[in-house]
Write a protein that binds this ligand. Structure first.
Ligand SMILES: Nc1nc2c(ncn2[C@@H]2O[C@H](COP(=O)(O)OP(=O)(O)O)[C@@H](O)[C@H]2O)c(=O)[nH]1
Ligand SMILES: [Mg+2]
Length: 377
């Protein structure tokens, strides 16, 4: 029984596969590692089957050809599901991930690591020297954005290994885009994480399969992962950010209507409030609340206007109460102003959360439709 499965997602990698297989098994057998390889191919039609069948005579290579589905993340998930060994390692087929490092990964797994990731960014590693400034910048920003989810230098690497046990308590893996390593790091309880610095090169043969669209999906993926990790605080931060943007809208319309169109200032105040509250409702429906889109828009919009009005009343009312009755506040109106904002936002948030957007508390841990995906273990 092998101890390690090398999962290799492939799409049109026939020209790289023979060398990859040869190098993977040379590396593992030299280090006395019993390994099998699982190639998950999306029906490339480029002779991948023949190569796997041929090399399968000599090495333990298994091919899964997926005919209905395409996509890197789901291919990796399929490989994880189909494998049975205690240790798993995922790598690109394009030889950008040196197979000679596999024994190093296994060494750390045997020492009890929960997650081992190969990194061109860690000290001692290097990335492809031909990268343009834009590519480097892109990678730096992408890594920076993931910082809140993990302490790993380069959680975006596609070369990583872990023991199957860490998936036991993971509710669901459903990466949008392709950063499955980051998904596992963020969702599984990985206490001991090891980074292996290494030289990572771009592919020599074939072309990159990852389109700009998939790279953009990374942002959506990040948002989901932050939501998963920090469900309530992420919600509050998003609600707050939406609120701030709404204040901008409110002010813009108020000034425009009053000074550009000569509308009476009290009427423009009411109008700009409705416009800003509608803006907030829309953004909160789409971004802030997980179950936000479950309800009919019309009724929800009205309900949000009511909750925003209650919030506004609490804001203005507390300001008035404080400045009318407490001499200190009369002298320090700004303090009363911010207390008002705080109370108003608190009312608005609580009402929105309970009555407008999310009636079901159990959605908190991301079991809602937005995060539904494949359950793998
Ligand atoms: N099964 C499968 N593999 C894919 C798909 N897209 C990319 N891959 C494989 O995933 C790995 C990473 O893709 P690659 O094109 O090297 O991305 P890059 O390294 O970011 O340029 C390679 O082994 C690809 O063959 C896909 O849709 N399905
Ligand atoms: Mg690659």
């Amino acid at each position: 029984m092998p101890e390690l499965t090398v999962i290799v997602p492939t799409y049109r990698e026939a020209e790289n596969l023979p060398e990859l297989i040869e190098r993977v098994f040379t590396a593992t057998s030299c280090a006395d590692i019993k390994a099998e390889m699982l190639v998950v191919d999306d029906n490339s039609g480029d002779g991948t089957e023949h190569i796997c069948a041929d090399m399968g005579k000599k090495y333990s290579v298994r091919l899964i050809t997926r005919k209905e589905e395409r996509g890197l993340a789901t291919a990796v998930l399929c490989g994880i599901r189909e494998s049975t060994t205690g240790f798993l390692i995922i790598m690109d087929a394009d030889l950008s991930h040196p197979p000679e490092e596999i024994p190093n990964f296994v060494h750390h797994l045997r020492q009890g690591a929960d997650f081992v990731i190969g990194s061109g960014c860690a000290q001692g590693g290097s990335r492809d020297p031909t990268w343009s400034l834009f590519q480097r910048l892109n990678s730096e920003v992408a890594r920076l954005l993931a910082r809140g989810l993990t302490t790993v230098n380069d959680p975006l690497s596609g070369y990583f290994a872990f023991p199957r046990r860490i998936l036991t308590d993971v509710p669901q893996l459903s990466p949008v885009g392709y950063k499955i390593g980051l998904e596992i790091l963020a969702k599984a309880n990985c206490r001991k994480v090891v980074e292996i610095p290494m030289a990572v090169f771009d592919r020599q043969r074939g072309e990159s399969k990852l389109t700009l669209r998939e790279r953009l999906l990374y942002l959506r993926h990040l948002r989901r992962l932050y939501r998963f990790r920090f469900s309530r605080s992420a919600e509050i931060v998003q609600f707050g950010a939406v609120g701030i943007s709404g204040t901008g809208v409110d002010l813009t319309f108020f000034l425009t209507l009053t000074y550009l169109f000569g509308v009476h200032h009290q009427i423009s105040r009411a109008l700009s409030f409705i416009i800003a509250a509608s803006w907030n409702w829309f953004l909160n429906r789409w971004f802030t609340f997980v179950g936000g889109r479950d309800r009919k828009p019309g009724k929800q919009w009205l309900a949000f206007l009511v909750s925003a009005s209650v919030g506004f009343t609490a804001n203005w009312g507390s300001y008035k109460l404080l400045t009318d009755n407490i001499p200190y506040m009369t002298q320090h109106r700004l303090i009363a102003f911010f207390i008002g904002i705080f109370l108003g936002a608190g009312f608005n948030y609580t009402l929105s959360r309970v009555f407008v957007f999310r009636p079901f508390e159990e959605r908190i841990r991301g079991e809602g439709p937005e995060v539904a995906g494949e359950k793998i273990v």
